[in-house]
Design a protein. Structure first.
Length: 187
């Protein structure tokens, strides 16, 4: 769980730098979000991998993560890291699968209910599931939202939905960090 600290600091630094570059210098920051997406995808895959005890689930996490990151990097190589909402949406689907695998594994074991470190995993899986489900839907409808000028509070839906979903995700991560207890090892 300590790995969340540098990850969250990196996310904050990239978000602040992107905002600064966009507002101050009117520079495109899509490439920064592409890199952040790949880092986030790898990070959450790592977290789910660490929580998983099923060999099949670990293999699925490795296979899907490797395939996604490799195919994304190939795409970005040929497009100079041009922002693509569908690449992020595909990654979102994979993250939803990882969260569902975590819930499935949790439901298979009765003893997990009593152990605090599994509660932290449930919080993270809940946040990831809600965040990436919403992001996937939103980015899949990006062109429709753009074409029809769909807005809330004079902000396009493809901007405001990720913001509010981020609040849910980071709240779940905060709760996970609070309830985390190192797993007890038996001698």
């Amino acid at each position: 769980m300590i790995s969340f600290v540098p990850y969250l600091l990196l996310v904050l630094a990239i978000e602040l730098l992107a905002k600064y570059l966009y507002v101050t210098h009117a520079l495109s920051t899509g490439w920064m979000y592409n890199i952040l997406n790949l880092i986030s995808h790898f990070f959450y895959a790592y977290i789910f991998y660490r929580f998983s005890t099923a060999k099949e689930h670990k293999q699925t996490i490795i296979l899907l993560t490797t395939t996604y990151i490799t195919s994304s990097l190939i795409y970005y190589t040929y497009t100079s890291f041009a922002f693509n909402n569908y690449i992020i949406a595909y990654g979102g689907i994979i993250q939803v699968v990882f969260a569902c695998l975590h819930f499935y594994e949790y439901l298979l074991h009765d003893n997990y209910v009593k152990e605090k470190h599994y509660s932290a995993g449930l919080c993270i899986a809940s946040g990831v599931l809600i965040f990436y489900s919403g992001i996937t839907i939103c980015l899949s409808l990006y062109n429709y939202i753009l074409l029809n000028h769909l807005m809330i509070f004079n902000t396009p839906l493809y901007n405001i939905i990720p913001r509010y979903l981020s609040i849910i995700l980071y709240s779940c991560i905060s709760i996970a960090l609070i309830v985390w207890r190192k797993p007890m090892t038996t001698s």
